[in-house]
Ligand binder design. Sequence first.
Ligand code: HEM
Length: 411
Amino acid sequence: MAEIDPRRLVEPSCYAEHGYPHEEWRTLRREAPLEHFSVPGWVPFWAVTRHADIVEISKQPDLFLNAPGMTVARQLEGDRPDPPQIRTIINMDPPDHRQYRAVASPYFTPRALRKLGPLIETTARELVDGLGDEGECDFITDVASLHPLKIIARILGVPEEDEPFILRLTNELFGSEDPEFQRDEDRMEGMRSLFMEFWEYFGKIMSDRRANPRDDLASVFANARIDGKPMGELETMGYCLIAFTAGHETTRGSIGGGLDALIRFPEELERWARDPELTPRAIDEIVRYVTPVNTMVRTATRDYELRGQQIREGDKLILFYASANRDEEIFDDPDRLVLDRHPNRHLGFGIGEHFCLGAHLARKTSGTLFQELTSRLENVEPAGSFERTASNLVPGIKHMPIRYRLRRAAA
Ligand code: HEM
């Protein structure tokens, strides 16, 4: 196989410096689609880079588990304790997973989300209006981050004045390896104090919603019952954590990465502006092209043969969704953004048991913002270099200076 540097696959700093390792993945897909790596400092792993293999693994949730850890694991030094754990649906497996997922799933159906339409439209319009007719901004901090933050805060029932606090917590959680967001040089210590702060904040909201339930997702979590008994504290807090973090950072990544892609493919931006009907397909194509959630990890519960390789019980497999989404066997011209791509069997929202619970919300949130933006953008270009978060999980753009000119909004 052509030499590749496997640190590029997992080191957060490599993602910050060079972006996604598309060159390396292309080589792996072609020459070693399922390859075992031992990278110093990281738990050894199989790199799964082909679409078909990720689908085969994801469709067997009893065999390939999420619970032992769904993020790429660092090798812990000495006898240090494991990082703190909260039980979220994303690290549950059958049969628990289905039961707990059912707590929130009715809230995320297209029908249930319809009532959020006006809120999502107003937020998108206000953010784009706030840019004025022309100027420069950091598109991530001024738009891409605020839109999902405001929507998820309202859904969950978090007061508006607490949004900056929540934003800081999610940045610190996903950016725990990024010098800008890291709360403590000792990463474990940082995570511990972050979880405590989180616990204290949402603990108060949960007590309030038990006493005074409202029409919000916090009330659903606070009053949920499993097997006729109140849902446990670890799982309740897990739900609060995942609703915020899985929803914010990822949608921000697709909005920021989406505009970056449209700057690279200006003819697609023009096409979208002329044809708003493109939006549903365009949003899925952006999720494919950007793939905000780069990786998920599974652990094998028994020996299994895949692509002629022998996976052993206990082995870790990294599913590189961003590689599968450029798989030449599935997508024509995979490195091009083609807004009306159809069919588009991308894995940007995962597949199978853990398919993204918030996919409809994410499509609606980012679709509405892009529709507002593409209908009004006359010109957009970089006004400095874009910076990425140091992360192998959600390595999105964190600062994106742009220069733009907008048309006036239709009255
Ligand atoms: C463009 C935005 C988004 C992307 C790219 C994305 C991506 C993903 C992916 C890849 C998974 C599968 C994880 C796995 O394989 O184990 C997932 C799961 C999940 N997502 Fe999203 N997501 C997005 C937005 C959202 C939003 C807005 C919410 C909710 C507010 C959300 C909530 C969840 C939850 C709760 C799960 C876990 C589902 C389960 O384990 O059953 N996501 N997401």
